[in-house]
Ligand binder design. Structure first.
Ligand code: TZP
Ligand code: MG
Length: 289
């Protein structure tokens, strides 16, 4: 396993979203698509059943060398040898969970405003969840924190953090542009016909917009050129706007593009040459009507 907190795409189980399909089948598809951390979250079953599910999911995640986090229950996490536990604001304090889990397991906590993020960092959380960014049926009635909170966390919080809540391949760019470099999803992945493809798309977007990855490759301009995409310097081998859109897996998405400040109609993307240093904005649009 790489650093356990080196994840980019966090996928949480949500059995209500895939009636008729087994949790293990759906999560295996997510793992094949690139989920690099998984959480078991099920608030509707007995602890005995949760334990049973956790055991099976642990076997699966171990096969993919991916950490497993258990929502809410440190005892279940420990019993199945999971890698950590995820807490909510109303669950036990981090200090108590740390006593139970020991120094080496992961403790994550959901946060909804910057004071909670600061407090979690101070209390020794290993990572925080930041959300719900958008309104989501997975947490009905919860006020979205919006991308404003994502940007606040990006500016201030130094422990790993992951944006969550209503995130889909269609709005991921907006969340990444607000400063996120890790995304988490339930319904968009497990409620999809093709969880593997959704994970691949989300992972491609995260990697394409990953500032740190761009920095890491600054030395190797020879193997591509640099352009600025939605405000981020990114390496590409694309020679046209169309190839760049393909790199970001945006073909067929509801996206408009500007190249160096000029709107480029989609039919012309293939003829719009990219030069080194170009500035590109891809903007997702929500269909009206
Ligand atoms: N914590 C904050 S939002 C959320 C959780 C568990 C739900 C995320 O689910 P979805 O379906 O990706 O919106
Ligand atoms: Mg909880």
């Amino acid at each position: 396993m790489r650093g356990k907190l080196d994840f980019k795409l966090y996928v949480i189980t949500g059995e209500n979203y895939h009636p008729g399909r087994g949790m293990l089948e759906v999560m295996e598809a997510a793992l094949k698509g690139g989920a690099d951390i998984v959480q078991l979250r099920d608030k509707d079953i007995s602890k005995r059943d949760l334990l049973e599910k956790a055991t099976r999911l642990k076997d699966l995640t171990a096969k993919y060398n991916v950490p497993l986090i258990v929502n809410d229950h440190p005892d279940v996490a420990l019993a199945v040898g999971a890698d950590g536990v995820h807490l909510g604001q109303d669950d036990m304090p981090i200090a108590v969970a740390r006593q139970i889990m020991g120094p080496d397991r992961i403790i994550g906590i959901s946060t909804h405003r910057i004071e909670q993020a600061r407090e979690a960092e101070e209390a020794g959380a290993d990572y925080i969840g930041v959300g719900p960014v958008y309104a989501t049926g997975t947490k009905p009635g919860r006020q979205p924190v919006t991308t404003a909170y994502v940007s606040q966390v990006a500016a201030e919080i130094r422990i790993p953090w992951v944006a969550i809540g209503g995130i889909t391949p269609d709005n991921a760019i907006e969340v990444l542009n607000a400063g996120a470099s890790r995304l988490c999803a339930v319904s968009a992945v497990v409620g999809s016909e093709d969880p593997e493809a959704v994970c691949r798309r989300l992972k491609a977007l995260i990697e394409a917009l990953d500032r740190s990855a761009a920095h890491a490759t600054v030395e190797s301009e020879a193997s591509g050129m640099f352009v600025t995409v939605n405000g981020r310097r990114s390496r590409t081998r694309a020679s046209t706007l169309l190839e760049l859109a393909e790199q970001y897996e945006l073909q067929g998405r509801r996206v408009v593009a500007e190249l160096d400040g000029e709107f480029v109609p989609r039919r012309s993307w293939g003829e719009a040459p990219l030069r080194s240093g170009a500035t590109v904005e891809f903007v997702h649009f929500v269909g009206g009507g």
